[in-house]
Design a protein around this ligand. Sequence first.
Ligand SMILES: CC(C)(COP(=O)(O)OP(=O)(O)OC[C@H]1O[C@@H](n2cnc3c(N)ncnc32)[C@H](O)[C@@H]1OP(=O)(O)O)[C@@H](O)C(=O)NCCC(=O)NCCS
Length: 348
Amino acid sequence: MESDIKILEFRPEAAPEALWTAYFDHSEAMHREIDPQDPLLGRERHRAMLLVAFKAPYVSRRLYLALTPGGEAAGLASVSTETPRSPSYQDNKHLGNLNLSVLPGYRGRGLGWRLLNHVISELAVKEPAVAELMSPVVLEPGKKFCGKLGAKMALAHAENRLYVKDIDWAMVEHWAAEGRRRNPGTTVLTVGIIPEEDIKDYSEAYTEAMNQQPFGEISMKITVTPEQIRVGEKECLETGAEDTVIYTREANGAVSGLTETAYLKDSPHKVRQMLTGVRLKYRGRGLGKLLKALMLLEIRAKHPGVKYVVTGNADSNAPMLAINNALGFKKHLPILFYKLKLPVPGGR
Ligand SMILES: CC(C)(COP(=O)(O)OP(=O)(O)OC[C@H]1O[C@@H](n2cnc3c(N)ncnc32)[C@H](O)[C@@H]1OP(=O)(O)O)[C@@H](O)C(=O)NCCC(=O)NCCS
C-alpha cells in the first residue's frame, strides 16, 4: 500500500544504522541502473563524504527517504540551497538543486509526486526564497515525470569519459611542448593547496571561468572566494580525496588559467576532471591545451592504475569540447537539467 510508505528526513549526523542501510541500498540500486559498469564507492567512504558534505558552511542540504513498512527506501529526494554565508547567496537564493529517485518496483504510483510535494512544503517553511528547482535527469521515467510537471529542459549536459588506453600520448606531449613554446613567460605550477600569494587572483580566475560555462536557461551566478577555496581544501583532507590543481601564472604575476582534478584511493579506476578555465584575455594561446595535457601527464605519472578520466560538460560548450574531443573524450551519460518553477500547478 502506497499510504504505508512514510516520508522522513534522513539526517546523516543522527541517523540510526537501519536508515543508513536503507539510504545506501537505494543509492546503490540507482547507481547500478544509471551506470551499471561503474564500480560502487565503498559504504564507509560514501558515509564519510556525506557527513562532510552536510557540514559544509555554504550549502544547506536536506535528504528525505520514502520508507516502506519493511524499512526499504522506495524513494529518495535531496535538495540543496546556498546558505546566507555563501558569497553568491543573493544571486542564487531562488534556486534549489533537486535529486529525486524512486526504485523501479515502486514507479508509476504517485510516489515521486508525493516526495516532490514533501520537498516543496519543507522548502516553503525553511527556505521560502526558493522559487525554482533545478534537477539533473538521466533516466527516461525521470524525463517523463518532468514533462508531466511542466518542467522546462534548461541545459543539455553530459558526463564525458576519456579511457587512458585510448590516449594518444605523443599528441599530449606535443600539446604540452607547444603550449610552453608559445608561452615562454608563463610559469606552470602543480599544487594540492593554492599558495597564499596566488589565492586571491586564483579565486578571481576560477570565478570568471565558472561563469563562462554555458548554463543554458539556468539563472545562476557563481562566486568563489579564497575562504571557500580553503574550506574546499580542508574538506578534501577530511574525505581523503586527493585534489590536484595545475595553474598558469603570467610574468606580471596574474593567474591566467587553471585545471583541477580529484582522485579517491577508494575509486582508483578513475580521476574526476573538474573545472578547466583560461581567463578571457589569455585565450587562444594554447593555455587550455597545455593545462589539459599537463594534467593527463600528471595522472599517468601519479596514478598509473587509472582507467578513465570523467568530466561534465554542457553540450554547447564548444571551446571545451573542441579540446576534449581532440583528446578522445566520448559522451558516456547524457544528463538533462530541468527547471521547475514553484509553485507547481496542482501541487501544494
Ligand atoms: C575551454 C577553455 C579553457 C579553452 O582555453 P584556451 O586557452 O582558449 O584554449 P587553447 O588556446 O589551448 O585551445 C582552444 C582550442 O579550442 C578551439 N576553439 C576555441 N573556441 C572554439 C569554438 N567556439 N568552437 C570550436 N573550437 C573552438 C580553438 O580553435 C583551439 O583549438 P586549435 O588549437 O586546434 O585551433 C576556455 O575557453 C575557457 O576558459 N572557457 C570557459 C570555462 C569553461 O567553460 N570551462 C569548461 C567547463 S566544463
